[in-house]
Design a protein. Structure first.
Length: 240
């Protein structure tokens, strides 16, 4: 490519990365606020999260449009093309994380009663773990650090293990007193949202590996969510 074309491509890519950084920061804030809204049953904060999801969606569309236009104009190849394709995929995962944060915040409206502190603390801890995964994987993407991405990818097992524990604890609580079923179900869905956020972080990790090395990650994805076979009165968080 001529020097002019290379410079133009670099500028286009820089714009995409800037928008992705903005989107990542917004999604991090959305998740932080959603966890706080759920743990404190703060409906006003929940409404802020719900409203701001439109900004996340708008940024995804802008990134996708800019990426497609860049491909059409610059016709990048090899690593340059991977940069664009991975940016589109990362934006898609961030948009889904934003949706999960919004869905978590919505639970604050449905939870009108106080849950035992132990149960709420477990879900809050899970949210903070998902938050840490998101922060670390965004840092790995900004640095094109495949080794750091692999660490996040492997750490998702810990999030799954905690989800399994919370799932069983909430089911036990519901079976002990059927009056708790409705309240615990909302908390169960919130925990499942955090588990899914971890899955999207692992998606981003795999895409970082592909970006850096030009080939898919050879290892099988770590997965310890064992709850899909457990149901109670037709309730299964995986179905939401």
């Amino acid at each position: 490519m001529s020097e002019h074309i290379v410079k133009s491509y670099d500028e286009d890519l820089a714009q995409i990365k800037t928008m992705l950084a903005q989107m990542g920061g917004l999604v991090e804030q959305q998740l932080d606020d959603a966890i706080d809204a759920l743990s404190r049953r703060d409906t006003a904060l929940a409404d802020v999260v719900i409203h701001n999801d439109e900004r996340v969606d708008a940024l995804e569309h802008q990134i996708e449009e800019k990426a497609i236009l860049t491909i059409a104009k610059r016709q990048p190849m090899a690593r340059d093309l991977r940069e664009i394709m991975v940016a589109i995929r990362v934006a898609s995962d961030l948009e889904r994380i934003g949706d999960l944060a919004k869905n978590t915040a919505k639970r604050a409206h449905a939870m009108s009663e106080q849950l035992p502190r132990k149960l709420m603390a477990g879900v809050t801890r899970m949210g903070r773990m998902a938050q840490a995964e998101l922060k670390n994987i965004l840092d790995a993407y900004a640095r094109s650090d495949a080794a750091m991405a692999l660490e996040v990818w492997r750490s998702d097992e810990d999030l799954d293990a905690l989800y399994n524990s919370i799932f069983r604890e909430l089911l036990t609580y519901m079976m002990e007193d059927p009056r708790n079923i409705s309240l615990c179900t909302h908390l169960l869905f919130g925990a499942k949202n955090m588990e899914r956020i971890g899955d999207h972080a692992t998606n981003i990790a795999e895409n970082i590996h592909y970006l850096v090395h030009g080939k898919p990650l050879a290892e099988g994805r770590p997965k310890k969510d064992m709850t899909s076979s457990l149901r109670i009165e037709g309730i299964n968080p995986s179905d939401e």
